[in-house]
Design a protein around this ligand. Structure first.
Ligand SMILES: O=C(CO)[C@@H](O)[C@H](O)CF
Length: 532
């Protein structure tokens, strides 16, 4: 009898990835299909089409389906034993939407195992090019939605976020506004995650609470669709969405299509798919009190939050591994490119020199504070470089080593301030899980640890969404027993402790954090005011 295994899928922007793990969580297979390289007939760049208006961004839904056909054939040719798969789950890029044409549920249910998926499903979509998270063409729909529910903060209180152009409700509203006949032909609207789950289920799969939190449509407290939001976007929308489900739900057994064509076991269970960021939270095995910080081109924070306070920045989502709690997502656009520009100007382009300069300056930088936004920042909405001395006077420049510390301390103080605005509380058991380029620099991590007064661990998250999906496949089989995901995956490799807080740092940063928050109000972008 072949040893049981579990599959995790990730339908991300640029590629389709799959990972197989055994019962001891060891990776026994992984593969990917790169949309640009392996499916050139779709002529995508980075997996997407940016339209001529520079605002509309879509991906061909048949490309995603062909990628699945391709990866399953690759697995079959490599001799992968599908019969050993006990359960599978997956992730999809958040916010993207798929529009199934009337009658498609029947086609899904009766796919012939003699044909690849894309041949059976090629006529199933009312919209061939799905809007995805990089789209920003729905500002009118965003304003209409916020007005309909009583404003941006009210919408955030209801759905966890103010209106964002990429969020699915606004995308659906645009399609209804611009192509009512396409909307009328649509029997079912899926997210990328629930669309992918539907392919394996052989029927329409429900949207899970966590990815559903990225639509501006789900009441995150009651976990039901908000009637006022649905009505503001399009008529009869509830029926087209179906009812949302807890993210750990077992949706059913795999479609007979896969049993007959690939020899999956008929008992292989499908666990609800979710968004890529919620799946990454599972893959990083975040627990209550943890903060995951991805230090990349943009810096992203994932937070596990018990009692969130939705704000006009950031996003509160239902937690994918514990439906009684929440997760927050904060994105800081000025991340590594900002750090590299200051490194080039103040440390001759050398990270060693940058680190030496950071080590040579005192914690708290003698009260000098800086805001560094080469591009329009989204958390908060601000742009430009703003420096203040210890008397809160604006200054035009700092000495190079002071500039370097002001940049790093400022970036991390902003993260703590905005995390706490969303309801996060730094607790004695708080761990920071750092990933991404800058997480290899211990001098930078020491500042992070001091600002948060918490130990910093490093983890490799290259496949976190895929791995998190495989973990969630295991968890889904036992979730009804209320076993937490952390217990199910305790055999996974532990994060590595990198640095702990410097004694006295908390007392020093406490007043600085307060000053930073006050000064931030002065630099926030106000198109009508003269420059500061
Ligand atoms: O828009 C985002 C999150 O809100 C992105 O991280 C997408 O999920 C990437 F696929």
């Amino acid at each position: 009898m072949a040893a049981p295994c579990f599959l995790g899928w990730d339908f991300s922007t640029q590629q389709l990835k799959v990972i197989a793990i055994d019962e001891r969580l060891r990776v026994i297979y992984e593969d990917n299909v790169n949309f640009d390289k392996d499916l050139p007939e779709f002529k995508t760049q980075g997996g997407v089409h940016v339209h001529s208006d520079r605002l509309t961004v879509t991906s061909p839904v048949l490309m995603w389906i062909k990628a699945l056909d391709m990866i399953l054939e690759k697995m079959k040719s490599s001799g992968f034993n599908f019969s050993q798969v006990r359960a599978l789950s997956g992730a999809g890029q958040q916010h993207g939407s798929v529009y199934w044409k009337k009658g498609s549920n029947q086609i899904l249910k009766n796919m012939s195992p003699k044909l690849p998926l894309h041949q059976s499903l090629k006529a199933c979509f009312a919209v061939s090019n799905s809007p995805i998270w990089m789209d920003s063409s729905t500002s009118l729909q965003c304003s209409a939605l916020e007005n309909a529910v009583g404003g941006a903060q009210q919408l955030a209180n209801l759905t966890g976020s103010r209106a964002y152009e990429r969020f699915t409700g606004n995308q659906i509203a645009k399609i209804y506004n611009q192509n009512p006949e396409v909307y009328a032909q649509t029997e079912r609207i899926s997210l990328v995650s629930s669309f992918a789950a539907s392919l394996f289920l052989g029927a329409y799969a429900p949207i899970d609470y966590s990815d559903g939190s990225g639509m501006n449509l789900l009441q995150i407290w009651e976990k039901v669709w908000s009637a006022s939001c649905l009505d503001a976007c399009a008529p009869g929308l509830a029926e087209k969405l179906g009812n949302p489900v807890p993210s750990h739900s077992v949706l059913g057994s795999i479609s007979p299509y896969y049993v007959q064509r690939y020899e999956f076991s008929p008992d292989c269970k499908i666990v609800a798919f979710t968004g890529d960021n919620p799946a990454s939270l599972a893959g990083m095995r975040l627990q209550e009190g943890d903060i995951a910080i991805s230090l990349g081109t943009s810096d992203t924070l994932f937070l596990w939050i018990q009692e969130p306070t939705p704000a006009l920045e950031g996003h509160i989502l239902c937690n994918p591994v514990d439906s009684q709690t929440y997760m927050a997502l904060l994105c800081f656009k000025n991340g590594s490119l900002m750090r590299e520009r200051i490194r080039n100007e103040c440390a001759s382009g050398s990270w060693d020199e940058f680190s030496k300069a950071l080590s040579s300056t005192v914690t708290g930088n003698n009260g000098n504070l800086g805001f560094y936004f080469d591009v329009m920042e989204i958390t908060p909405e601000a742009v430009g470089i703003h420096r203040f001395n210890s008397d809160n006077q604006k200054v035009l420049n700092f000495p190079k080593e002071v500039e370097i510390r002001a940049l790093i301390e400022g970036q991390f103080m902003a993260k703590r301030i905005h995390a706490e605005k969303l309801g996060y509380k730094v607790m004695p058991k708080t761990r920071i899980l750092a990933t991404g380029g800058a997480s290899h620099n211990k001098i930078i991590l020491q500042v992070l640890s001091d600002v948060f007064n918490a130990p910093v661990y490093t983890i490799d998250t290259a496949n976190s969404a895929c791995l998190g999906s495989a973990y969630r496949a295991i968890h889904g089989l036992v979730a009804e027993t209320k076993v937490p995901l952390a217990d199910v995956v305790k055999l996974a490799p532990e994060p590595r402790l990198a640095v702990t807080p410097t004694a006295g740092a908390e007392e020093l940063y406490h007043p600085l954090l307060k000053r930073y928050a006050e000064l931030e109000q002065k630099v926030i972008y106000n198109p009508t005011s003269s420059c500061l």
